[in-house]
Design a protein around this ligand. Structure first.
Ligand SMILES: Cc1cc2nc3c(=O)[nH]c(=O)nc-3n(C[C@H](O)[C@H](O)[C@H](O)COP(=O)(O)OP(=O)(O)OC[C@H]3O[C@@H](n4cnc5c(N)ncnc54)[C@H](O)[C@@H]3O)c2cc1C
Length: 383
């Protein structure tokens, strides 16, 4: 047995890293994260809005404790931003319900325009507001907790997917290699999968996908101090983030746990709904928070259909399937196989290689077309 811990935390998102940091003062802790780095999934892709009474009773209780702890110990992590809900013509009931559910009070349209000069009063019919809504500096929070972990001797084991959990003599054995008295399941969307590995009854946790895009908007107004803006029909929300805006279609699509990417249609709808309530137009989509897909797009300059990851296998449109139905057929008969990290890296390289080849093929075609056009134009002018 390589190592023995008092506590093994599975999952290096905000839940896992904060549990590990707190417990590390009292126990020997190992933190297991399947990805190359901590906070790879939801914890680095959120809108980072803090509302103390948002969520179920347990979450709200935790929120209140967290709020006091953050304010007293980490004063730079929460920054007040405020939240505004906006009603479009004809959505009076939705607006009332939305405002009530978020604890907002109605404000005049003039006040709304003062607080958020980009809103378009031609379309916004009512507005409501709440002051005590905060931005979370998630990056600072995660790095602060990581440092706390390292200072207290937590072993942060990235690239360590927990694939096997056994109970032997009141100890947990992880991947036949690590031993721990106690196990903390902080697997986020994967929590039930981990429960199954441990032969425990799943909690029936249903993961949902929520999309987000970073966009640049065409405005002379200062955007950094804008509040969080919500369409009261829950069809979009937006807030400033690091000099640009992030816009979400507020989608909640049930899904299997996976490395999520944003679907183009969801993003397009969110941007459309956002644009219908504000004056500026969206100029450019700069990111849609889907790491691997985005890296490939950045490297090749090609907007392509994203790589689909299913049970540790990668499917690339064009390379592995020609149309959605073919993919559905493949997935329906899919037999899962466990690949090690080197195979995963190889798959990413193969994907990248495939896209680069396609990009070069297209570039070659384009150059030939330009060459032909130059030759034709040249011949015409000498005729
Ligand atoms: C677009 C979007 C917007 C959001 N906006 C907000 C917001 O404004 N405010 C807010 O409070 N919340 C928001 N959220 C929700 C918030 O981001 C999540 O609730 C939070 O990040 C969950 O953290 P977590 O640690 O539970 O899960 P995660 O961050 O998903 O961490 C779980 C970790 O477990 C790892 N793992 C899973 N299985 C294994 C295994 N077998 N072995 C090893 N590691 C494993 C995963 O790789 C992952 O890193 C948003 C989420 C999204 C997607």
């Amino acid at each position: 047995m390589a190592e023995k811990f008092d506590i093994a935390v599975i999952g290096g998102g905000i839940a896992g890293i904060s549990a590990a940091a707190r417990l590390s003062k009292h126990a020997k802790v190992g933190l297991f994260e399947q990805e190359d780095f901590i906070a790879h999934h939801s914890s680095s892709r959120s809108a980072a809005v803090f509302i103390s009474d948002y969520g179920n009773d347990d979450v709200c209780e935790l929120n209140l404790i967290t709020f006091d702890e953050l304010q007293s110990k980490y004063p730079n992590i929460l920054k007040q931003r405020g939240l505004m809900s906006l009603e479009k013509d004809g959505e009076i009931d939705q607006f009332t319900n939305h405002s009530n559910s978020l604890g907002l009070s109605k404000i005049s349209l003039n006040e709304a325009k003062d607080k958020a000069p980009i809103i378009n009063l031609q379309f916004v019919k009512q507005a409501s507001w709440r002051d005590d809504v905060y931005d979370i500096d998630t990056d600072l929070l995660i790095q602060t907790l990581r440092k706390e972990c390292l200072k207290n001797g937590v072993q942060i084991l990235t690239n360590h997917k927990v694939k096997k959990l056994e109970r032997v003599n009141k100890n947990w054995i992880l991947n036949s290699q690590f031993q721990s008295d106690t196990l903390i399941n902080a697997g986020g969307a994967w929590a039930d999968k981990i429960a199954q590995l441990a032969s425990l009854k799943p909690k029936k946790i249903q993961p949902y996908k929520r999309s987000m895009a970073r966009v640049e908007i065409d405005t002379d107004h200062e955007i950094n101090n804008l509040p969080v803006l919500f369409g009261s029909d829950d069809s979009w929300y937006a807030k400033p983030d690091a000099g640009s805006m992030i816009v979400s279609p507020a989608d909640v699509s049930p899904c299997e746990p996976h490395d999520a990417w944003a679907d183009d249609e969801d993003i397009a709808l969110g941007i459309y709904n956002f644009e219908s309530m504000v004056e500026p137009k969206v100029e450019k989509l700069t990111s849609n928070f889907a790491d691997e897909y985005q890296q490939i797009v950045n490297l090749t300059g090609m907007p392509t259909v994203p790589t689909i990851k299913y049970e540790n296998e990668y499917f690339v449109s064009g390379r592995d399937y020609g149309n959605p139905q073919q993919l559905i057929n493949i997935l329906q008969t899919f037999k899962s196989s466990e690949y090690d990290d080197s195979r995963r890296v190889l798959e990413r390289i193969k994907t990248l290689n495939f896209h680069i080849n396609t990009a070069f093929g297209r570039l070659d075609q384009l150059l030939r077309k330009i060459e032909t056009k130059i030759n034709t134009d040249g011949n015409e002018s000498t005729d």
